[in-house]
Design a protein around this ligand. Structure first.
Ligand SMILES: CC(C)(COP(=O)(O)OP(=O)(O)OC[C@H]1O[C@@H](n2cnc3c(N)ncnc32)[C@H](O)[C@@H]1OP(=O)(O)O)[C@@H](O)C(=O)NCCC(=O)NCCS
Length: 138
């Protein structure tokens, strides 16, 4: 799923994903449609801060709401684990993901210059979590 969703330079191997999923404080969510997997997301919580590690929706399943549903579920899961804020990095070139995060209420918290293999900057975004994990907007 990750390999289908990301360009070769940004793909993570199955073993790396498996190792991350098993680490303390990490959690993985799967989106399905008709019983078939269409996307997944991984996050982690340390103290009151959560981080989105990855979010991937299969190209054939996009624009069907899976990405937004996964993000909302990640926010809920992080809030239930005690986080008050969730951070993530997104390429400034990634218009689809930036729009999705903006609709969830994300605000820019920083920038990492030339962070990605293609030389693009990463925007660091912050999502404020409500105690029940509800997100405003989208
Ligand atoms: C980003 C990604 C997860 C979105 O998944 P998705 O299931 O298509 O997203 P949704 O259908 O839930 O879309 C929610 C909103 O995001 C925005 N959005 C999603 N795809 C978009 C696109 N191609 N162009 C513009 N806006 C887009 C829209 O506002 C959309 O709402 P709308 O359909 O009502 O207009 C998916 O495109 C993906 O896996 N991309 C490759 C991996 C990636 O970039 N991950 C994020 C790394 S930070």
């Amino acid at each position: 799923m990750h390999a289908e969703a990301f360009s070769p330079a940004d793909r993570w191997g199955a073993s790396a994903i498996g190792l991350l999923a098993a680490l303390p404080g990490h959690f993985t969510l799967l989106a399905t449609r008709g019983g078939d997997p269409v996307g997944f997301a991984m996050g982690r919580v340390a103290a009151q801060e959560a981080e989105v590690l990855t979010l991937a929706v299969h190209p054939a399943a996009r624009r069907g709401g899976a990405g937004a549903a996964l993000m909302r579920a990640l926010m809920t899961a992080a809030a239930q684990r005690g986080a008050s804020d969730m951070f993530l990095e997104v390429s400034e070139q990634n218009a689809a993901a930036r729009r999705l995060y903006a609709r969830l209420g994300a605000t820019e918290a920083g920038r990492r210059r030339r962070y990605y293999p293609d030389g693009s900057d990463a925007l660091v975004l912050r999502l404020a979590l409500s105690p029940c994990g509800a997100a405003p907007g989208a």
